[in-house]
Each structure stands twice: as C-alpha cells, then as structure tokens.
Design a protein around this ligand. Sequence first.
Ligand code: SAM
Ligand code: SF4
Length: 360
Amino acid sequence: MSGVADEVVHLPVPTLPSSLPPTALGGASPLADQHGRVATDLRVSLTDRCNLRCSYCMPAEGLDWMATEQTLTDDEVVRLVVLGIERLGIREVRFTGGEPLVRRGLVDIVRQVRERSAEVEMSLTTNALGLARTADALAEAGLDRVNVSLDSIRAETYATITRRDRMHDAIAGIEAAVAAGITPIKINAVLLRGLNDTEAPELVRWSLERGYELRFIEQMPLDAQHAWTREHMITADEILASLEAVYDVRPDGEARGSAPAERFLVDTGDGVAGRVGVIGSVTRPFCGDCDRVRLTADGQVRNCLFARTESDLRASLRGGASDDEIVDRWRTAMWGKAPGHGIDDPSFLQPTRPMSAIGG
Ligand code: SAM
Ligand code: SF4
C-alpha cells in the first residue's frame, strides 16, 4: 500500500528556480516542462463536493468539504481559464470535480469561457446525476461534450459501488446529453475486484450499441481512504483478457498521441462493433506524453495528478496580481513537472489530496 504525504507544500512565488521556464518574463508562450512536454489540456475542478460516494474515491460519510470562501468564485475561475487559453496555449478545457454539476455557476462559467474563445474544446467529466435537467442549457452555453462515469449497468452493482441507488438518473443524464447534442459521449468505468470485474463485456456491448466510447480506467492510489493496493486493483491486462475471452479485440492501429487511452477495436461477433479504450495509468503509464495541467477548486495549479507540490494562484488572484504575474507563476509551476508518477518507486507517496479534491 502507498504511503501518505504529510501535507501539500504550497510553492512560494517563484524566486530563482534551478532553471527557469523559457519565457518567465511575461508574453505568450506555452506551458512547457523540463522534460519536453507542453500542457495544452486544462482540467478544472469546480468543487470537491459530490452526490455519490464511489468506494474507490471517497468514504461513505463523504469528506470535509472545502469552505466556500476557499473556493474560487465563478469570475476567478473564468479569469484563470481565459488566461490559460489566451496566454498559455490551452486548447482543451475539461470541467470536473468532485461533481461539477453540483456547482451552481457551471452553465455561466461555460458560457463566459465560450464568449472569450470560440475554438477551445470544452467538456465535462461528470456522474451525470441531474444532467437530464441541465444538458440543454450546457449545450446552449457552448459545452462541446461530456465524459460520464458509469461503472455498471446493473442497478444493484451501481448502488453498491456508488453507495447511492441512482443508476437510472445517470442513464437519463446520458440520454439527455445525446438529445442536446453534447456528443460524442465517452463513458468512464473503473473495475473493482469482486464488485464489477466480471461486467466488462456487458458494459462494452451496452456502450457500443448506443454509440458511446467506453474507456476502462485502472484504479489509482488517489482514494481519500488510502485503501488502494496494487494487488487488489484490476489491471489493463486483466481487463483486456476478460474482453478477449468473449469478443474479438485488436489494437485500432491509430497513433495514440497524448491520449491516455490505448484504443482497441472490439467486435462482439453479432453485429455490434466499435472502439473501446483502456487507460492503464498504473501498469501502462503514459507520463512521457502527458499534456495535462490541473487547477483545483481552491485555485492551486497541480502539474500532475500525483504531484506533491501545488502553486497557489488563488493567493495571486486575491493579492491583486497582474495577468503577467499570474501566467509567469503558472509557467513556473509547470516547468517543475516530474517526469513520471513513480507509483512503482518504493519511495512513492500518495498525494494528500484525493482525486475528488484534485479533479479527475
Ligand atoms: N464526479 C465526476 C465523475 O465521477 O465523473 C468527476 C470527478 S471523478 C474524480 C473523475 C473520474 O475519476 C471518474 O471517471 C472516476 O471514475 C475517476 N476516479 C475517481 N477515483 C479514482 C481512482 N481512485 N482511480 C481511478 N479513477 C478514479
Ligand atoms: Fe463523486 Fe466522481 Fe468521486 Fe464518484 S468518482 S464519488 S461521482 S467525484
């Protein structure tokens, strides 16, 4: 089992790092790191709160939620996202959480970002509860598409994993997103030993029949309870073996680029076929091609899901920093990104923040 970090270190305003990012002097330049990667994909957590309690994410009783005054306001979120797009080369913005649909200002944030950028690709990672009510408004505000977490299409299994009997609400949310045109729909599923690990083939069939792209995600050591163990997680190899046992599965042959999912063409043999992804974050890491940067709901830049340091843009915002100062601080935070997550390293320590407070 992984260790537990004592506390997150908040980086001070950059002084003289060992080597400076290319243009730590203002002006437009991308979010580069010292290992040759450039971040163009911004994940923005809008809240750490959630209406589900997925067992691999948080405990049944929930967590001590972030205080409202710690959370970035809608205007602060929009200012940072727009700076990312206009000054730092961000091309894709994904709102996440916690559950982004519980954030009251979500539609307005999407609208404001869209008003400033027609080109940026904007999406949502969501459990889809309540999406049936907001899909039209999100589409109208300028959201492009949604990724929905759905670990089972059996109501009982879903309720066991999420600790809430809400599967039908989630499916209604997905259907509303389709009707509103915020597509293509991607479905994320985490397989858990003894709970839904035999359900991969039926999740594939269900998704392909509806034209959704399903991605299986390996369980990562990012749960608030620190209960993850390597022995217990279902690996990418196991996921593929369970599909190969019943379907024809072959690599899709397309270049993966910075996409975390390895993609496979799956044919069920009875007229249902399509692409399925496997995100082997633990056993098949893709850190060398990572193009992501994260902003937490309290305004901390994290250059990696597993980072052990953060850079406090909220302090900059609320301290009256100029746009130049904010983007320089952001670039410096990115420059220090580690080459890999190091889960296999004996010295690996799980970050203090759980996935729900980082933004998955
Ligand atoms: N609440 C939204 C949802 O569930 O889609 C957005 C936030 S959630 C943290 C984002 C994604 O992270 C979901 O697809 C979820 O399944 C995944 N996730 C959460 N904890 C995880 C873990 N320990 N390992 C792998 N994936 C995890
Ligand atoms: Fe909530 Fe998403 Fe975590 Fe499930 S995975 S508890 S839906 S934040």
